[in-house]
Every structure is written in C-alpha cells, then in structure tokens.
Design a protein around this ligand. Structure first.
Ligand SMILES: C[S@@+](CC[C@H](N)C(=O)[O-])C[C@H]1O[C@@H](n2cnc3c(N)ncnc32)[C@H](O)[C@@H]1O
Length: 287
C-alpha cells in the first residue's frame, strides 16, 4: 500500500507477514466501515480518552493495532507530530479508506497476532515508543501471551495503551451467544464468539510482571444516548455480529439476526431515546 506524501517517511515493515486474500491466511472480511461509522462520534471518544492517558513527551514512534479506517490514527500522528507511525489491521475493507488519504502513517494489512510475533523491532533503534490499540484487542486471543510478546517491541521507557469493551454481560452481547447456541446447537464451541478480555486486576498484575513500572487500569461507563433502542442492533452489527456473519451462511445469518433483533428489543423495550451504557477497560503502562 502506498504511503503518500509523508514528509517523514516511516521505516519499511514489509518483512512482516501480511494476511492476504489468497493463500493460507485467507479469511472472509465482514468489517464494513460504513456500518462501523454509523456511531462515529461515540466510537471516537474512547480513542481520544485513551490517547490522553499517554505521556507524549518523547514519543516519536508508535504502532496502532487494529487501526480500522486509519482516520483516527492519522489525526493522532499529525497532532502529536509522530515521525514513525504504523497502522496495523487485517481488514481490507476497513483499510481501503487509507488508500485515498494523505497520511504520515504506514498502513499494513497484517494480523495483530502475527505482528506481535514478527514485529521486526529487534534492535533498540528499531523499537517503538508506544503501542496503542483502541477497541481491537478484544478480537485477538491469549492476552497474556499477546502482551508478553508486544512488550518486547517497546523501548526501555516505552508505553502501551489499550482500550477494549467490557460490556460482554449486557443483553446486546449475551443474547448473541444464547441465540447462536439455540439456533445452531450442532455447530460446536468454536462457532461461538470467544471473549479473550480479562478482568482489570489481571491486566494490572500482567503489566507489573512484564516490568511496567507505572500503570493505570480503569473502567469507565460511556452513556451513549441513541435515538432509539433498536439502534443497539445497528451498533453491534458493526462489531460483534461481524463474527456471526462470518461463520454463518447468509441465510442462517439472516435467521440469527431476525431472532436476535426480536429478543433484544423484548429485553431493552421500545425506548426513544435509548441510553446504551457501555463499559470499557483502559490499560496504560510505562516500562
Ligand atoms: C472496532 S474496530 C476499531 C478500529 C479503530 N481502532 C477505532 O478506534 O476506530 C476493530 C478493528 O480491529 C481489526 N481487527 C480485528 N481483529 C484483528 C486482528 N486479529 N488483526 C488485525 N486487525 C484486527 C478489525 O479489522 C477492525 O478494523
């Protein structure tokens, strides 16, 4: 992917294995930037709240893992005058927008797990000042291993900043699993979306064990005021339900969505407006 313009051209990371649409890493891409951005303002707020946790003094390089459309990554890199910035995502449709944008960020189609193993930031000179990830690592398994791998790519005083949803017990999330099990009892466990997100205390301990001397781990409730309760369905269609869209045939996904929508609206009631309370976990650490 071309990197237009950039006055400070980032280092090449083409040696990282890329997920492609042909070959062993092939996967159907059900991320849809238009669906995701229906709640653009609400989704952007935690990104900037996460950025506010970082001490930007002396941060010249960073990687944004699961950067999506890259719009926020670009804004952040420009605002903070970052000279070496990478945006990593494995969705071609989300990354598509980056092709038409002038950005100092080097965007790469790459799986975060692969990045964590093959970052190629082995020497002190190559290491990063910051690893940043907003609303993406909940899609990546094995967080103990993941963070243990990622922390090797950081400079001695490097920082890590992660935000993930923590509302998996809400009806919008728990019903998806319930209905998937109900409608498709023979599909086995692998078909259910597994949530790898740990408890806040686990991240605190993990940061400590990995040698992050300073840390903040906190949860925050975002009171998203939606026009009506059925907007919650539109919200999760842009994120959680992409999993079920991926593992089900179009006809099965339609049955799933119909049943899910009915049940969710029974649960939430027909409210206008609707307050969608959304819990998120913020993790920040400095070595
Ligand atoms: C909810 S969006 C967040 C996008 C962006 N960080 C933001 O704040 O708007 C999650 C993004 O993570 C990406 N993603 C999910 N799993 C991934 C993986 N294993 N490797 C790379 N990207 C992944 C998706 O393609 C999607 O663009």
């Amino acid at each position: 992917m071309k990197n237009k313009n950039s006055p400070n051209s980032p280092k090449d990371i083409s040696s990282i294995s890329m997920a492609t649409n042909n070959g062993a890493n092939t996967h159907a891409d059900f991320w849809n930037p238009n669906q995701y951005e229906k709640f653009k303002k609400e989704r952007a707020q935690p990104f900037w709240d996460l950025a506010a946790l970082v001490d930007w003094t002396g941060v010249h390089s960073f990687a944004d893992l699961g950067c999506g459309t890259g719009e926020l990554t670009t804004e952040l890199a420009i605002e903070k005058k970052i000279t070496i910035a990478y945006g990593i995502d494995n969705s071609p449709s989300m990354l598509k927008k980056t092709e038409s944008v002038i950005s100092p960020v080097q965007f790469k189609n790459c799986d975060i797990e692969k990045f964590s193993l093959e970052g190629k930031f082995a020497t002190d000179e190559q290491k990063l000042d910051l690893i940043f990830s907003n609303a993406a690592l909940q899609w990546v398994p094995e967080h103990v291993t993941l963070l243990s791998n990622l922390h090797h790519w950081l400079r001695p005083d490097g920082q890590i900043a992660i935000q993930m949803p923590a509302n998996f017990n809400q009806p919008s999330h728990s019903l998806a699993e319930l209905i998937a099990r109900d409608l498709f009892p023979d599909r086995g466990e692998n078909f259910i979306r597994k949530i790898p997100v740990l408890q806040p205390e686990d991240y605190s301990r993990l940061l400590f064990e990995l040698g992050f001397h300073n840390q903040i781990v906190r949860q925050q409730i975002y009171p998203h005021l939606l026009e009506k309760s059925s907007d919650v369905i539109e919200w999760v269609r842009g994120t959680l339900l992409t999993h079920y869209e991926k593992v089900l045939s179009p006809a099965d996904f339609q049955s799933f969505l119909t049943r899910y929508s009915e049940r969710l609206l029974q649960e939430l009631g027909d409210e206008t407006p609707y307050l969608y309370t959304f819990r998120r976990t913020f993790i920040w650490g400095q070595k």
